[in-house]
Design a binder for this molecule. Structure first.
Ligand code: DQA
Length: 166
């Protein structure tokens, strides 16, 4: 039987495990909140909540902490990256969405915080309009996954898990 004292000790142990466990941040850029409704021919039928829950499940199995954050605002995405200065994050998975092709500011924020990241795109940006062929992120990313749909996020997470394992 778990006495109050045992429960208290269990809580301390859980908190210690949490504070020492590795952590991954998933950043989703503008319009990705519309996944499921938005151009399913390019982006598939999964909603963002579906993708985030697949990622959360995989992270839990691997005993790492995972946080997902979506914003339509460049400012909020940059501020999220700046906030990592005081919170330890070991790896970032980012789909900058349309900011891929426009945002020097978001690129600079990633360079500044020096956390390794994989760039993910649901669609194959190289098989689409030429303005999508240029990314401000690919040359500073550890790698790029483009065109594998929601699976791309899971592959990026598997890579992150292997890379940050002790
Ligand atoms: C995208 C591709 C971008 O060109 C587009 O602006 C997006 C989504 C993708 O996941 O395929 O919003 O990043």
């Amino acid at each position: 039987m778990k006495t109050p004292k045992t429960l208290f000790l269990l809580e301390i142990i859980e908190n210690m495990a949490e504070s020492t466990s590795k952590s991954v941040l998933v950043l989703h850029g503008p319009n990705l909140n519309l996944l499921g409704l938005r151009e399913p021919n390019h982006y598939g039928k999964n909603t963002l909540a579906d993708i985030d829950s697949l990622l959360a499940k995989r992270a839990k199995e691997a005993n790492i902490s995972l946080q997902s954050f979506q914003s339509n605002s460049e400012v909020e995405l940059i501020q999220k990256l700046h906030s990592l200065a005081d919170k330890k994050v070991d790896f970032i998975i980012i789909n900058p969405a349309a900011f891929t092709h426009t945002s020097v500011a978001l690129r600079d924020a990633l360079s500044a915080i020096k956390v390794p990241f994989v760039e993910v795109h649901l669609s194959n940006i190289y098989a689409r309009e030429t303005f999508r062929h240029h990314s401000y992120f690919s040359d500073i990313a550890v790698g790029v996954i483009s065109g594998l749909g929601a699976q791309g996020y899971l592959l990026a997470l598997d890579y992150a898990i292997q890379t940050i394992a002790d």
